[in-house]
Design a protein around this ligand. Sequence first.
Ligand SMILES: Cc1cc2nc3c(=O)[nH]c(=O)nc-3n(C[C@H](O)[C@H](O)[C@H](O)COP(=O)(O)OP(=O)(O)OC[C@H]3O[C@@H](n4cnc5c(N)ncnc54)[C@H](O)[C@@H]3O)c2cc1C
Length: 392
Amino acid sequence: MRTDLFQGHDYFNMDDLLTEEQKLIRDAARAWVKQEVSPIIEEAAEKQVFPQHLLPGLGEIGAFGPYIPVEYGGAGLDQISYGLLMQELERCDSGLRSTASVQSSLVMYPIWKYGSEAQKTKYLPKLATGEWIGCFGLTEPDHGSNPGGMITSYVEDGDDVILNGAKMWISNSPFAQIAVVWAKNEEGRIHGLIVERGMEGFTTPTMKGKWSLRASDTGELIFDNVRVPKANILPEKSGLGAPLGCLDSARYGIAWGAIGAALDCYDTALRYSKERIQFGKPIAAFQLQQKKLAEMITEITKAQFLTLRLGQLRNEGRATTAQISMAKRNNVDMAITIAREARQMLGAMGIMNEYPIMRHMMNLESVITYEGTHDIHLLITGMDITGENAFK
Ligand SMILES: Cc1cc2nc3c(=O)[nH]c(=O)nc-3n(C[C@H](O)[C@H](O)[C@H](O)COP(=O)(O)OP(=O)(O)OC[C@H]3O[C@@H](n4cnc5c(N)ncnc54)[C@H](O)[C@@H]3O)c2cc1C
């Protein structure tokens, strides 16, 4: 196990545009990750388990609900701080960031934005500390890119509803205490329900066999006549726009997270290229290797500014879904390209778990697919600029 030697890279002095608070939050998260996560992340990925002992620490650094108001247990931070936290987590591992993203944007966000006061006070403080973990059930076995076609549904029965159906590919489901589940009512309208572990007929089988995002637990959600109190339905928003609103927040976090993974690959390749001697000189002295490094830092820098601007727009409540889509698509693609190039720069060592690059590369194959695939985000941009819907 190597010491985590990561150093940030800020080629265009972006730090000058950050507040002292934002820098402090980022640096504290980086220090925590180096101390608590870097030493164990390779083993967790190899064993294919999420290291649950990290949950309280994630709560302490503010990674669960960073922008949720303090009165509900959140950190009350701005959107750029949220982004920087996601960057630092994914700098170590996309699975670590996924757990925080799901908790913050896909569980706490809908409860905060669409929930009743009773739901907010019951769930948010425990989710903020990591005492409870949540998951988000939208994708189904037969409905991925087209979630509006979902078949999970419920019927009313007195003060309760009876829920039936199944969700697949659900991050954190195997150990989550609650699930925010999207299901159709008797009129076919989509609503969010909070389903709690222990409700009869509700099970969460683990999905094994992933070569990607191995340090994140993924599972199913099965509902077999689950009786859910009507009080657990999120009252303030319904329709497909409700889950899509959560995805905006999560995709924004991914845009920052992908920069973190790219930075780690670049940093590793840069250091290695200065140390590795071939033909009597460091490989960093060869033009071909310099081209790779120069292109990496150029792409990282472009992504940093695109995403910082997006954060400013989100702070002002002006970021559009299409802008978020473009940033998620661009940055994940940028990160996966850098991971592939960086892996080659390390030669045979690039495939070893002594270095993080291969793990990042495999992780990013999930990140480029979930929360809207690379192709789907292109169609969102296409629709935005032409006014033509090419989805169907
Ligand atoms: C590790 C992991 C964790 C996940 N966690 C969660 C979670 O917590 N909660 C959750 O709800 N979901 C989760 N997902 C699911 C994820 O969001 C879906 O996998 C994703 O939306 C794509 O759906 P799909 O896999 O069914 O692919 P499909 O929708 O079947 O797409 C297959 C291919 O067809 C393309 N395609 C589809 N429609 C079109 C079209 N109209 N035009 C052109 N091309 C098209 C796609 O781009 C893709 O390349 C997770 C997935 C992974 C891998």
